[in-house]
Design a protein around this ligand. Structure first.
Ligand code: IP8
Length: 248
């Protein structure tokens, strides 16, 4: 059975500029797409932080590199992400999807070099039993740093390579990776293909924006599709909306 790992960007399922606000229309469309994917194969969902995780992370001075030993701060970030995760799970459950949470804070850790260790037994067993695991960007224990942010993109890379995904989708609010003229770059096979065009994310995003996403996706074994909400149905249909990123 084919396995799809789909990341729903925080900007798709939340209003990124309003603290802790779900984008109901965006979430509904995304949940419809996941429900369609789940009808024909296995799917793992990962969602980003949007206005739930990033504001709290910035408030507590935590990023993917800078950690904290303040347990209250870690909980504030994690609890906000659990609230968003609940909203995603509810939307999926309303559509008959057997969605279950996997919280990275309790499942994985980062080594001193920053690399992510994400045991996959829970996710794998859920998939085998017909569930749809839903992970999320989170705060996570980090050797020598206390706890740092793990982005949904890092989780996608670990999940897709560890589980042997057939297709990877990253749905954000942009229609793909854009060149300097604002046109979608159809294919990226090396960072240099798009280096000039890759800027930072405009809203508060402690995990690095599009440049970091492209670097991580180039490291994957499977092709990854970066597309906007308008590309969701094409991705579900097995087409290649937006930009396809395949490392060589
Ligand atoms: O939005 C970050 O996940 P991302 C999650 O996928 C937090 O980068 C807690 C800020």
């Amino acid at each position: 059975m084919s396995l799809v790992v789909l990341k729903l960007g925080g900007s798709v399922v939340t209003d990124k500029d309003e603290p802790e606000t779900v984008d109901e229309a965006g979430l509904a469309a995304a949940a419809d797409a996941v429900a369609s994917l789940a009808e024909s194969g296995q799917v793992v969902v990962v969602h980003g932080g949007g206005s739930f995780g990033h504001h709290h992370a910035a408030d507590h001075g935590v990023s993917s590199e800078t950690g904290t030993h303040d347990a209250a701060g870690v909980r504030a970030i994690h609890d906000a992400m659990k609230r968003l995760n609940d909203a995603v799970l509810d939307a999926l459950s309303e559509r008959g999807v057997a969605a279950l949470p996997v919280h990275p804070l309790s499942a994985g850790a980062r080594k001193e070099d920053g690399s992510l260790s994400l045991p996959l037994a829970a996710t794998e067993t859920m998939l085998a039993e017909g569930f749809v695991p839903v992970l999320h960007g989170d705060v996570i224990a980090h050797a020598g740093e206390g706890a740092t942010i793990v982005s949904g993109d890092d989780l996608v890379v670990s999940l897709a390579s560890g589980l042997g995904a057939d297709r990877v989708g990253l749905c954000s609010t942009v229609p793909g990776v854009l060149d300097t003229d604002g046109e979608v770059i159809p294919e990226i096979t090396a960072f240099e293909d798009a280096a000039e065009a890759l800027g930072g994310s405009e809203s508060t995003d402690v995990t690095g924006g599009m440049a970091a996403k492209v670097r991580k996706l180039l490291a994957l074994g499977a092709p990854a599709h970066v597309f906007g909400p308008d590309g969701l149905s094409a991705f579900v249909a097995g087409e290649s909306p937006g930009t396809v990123i395949r490392g060589e």
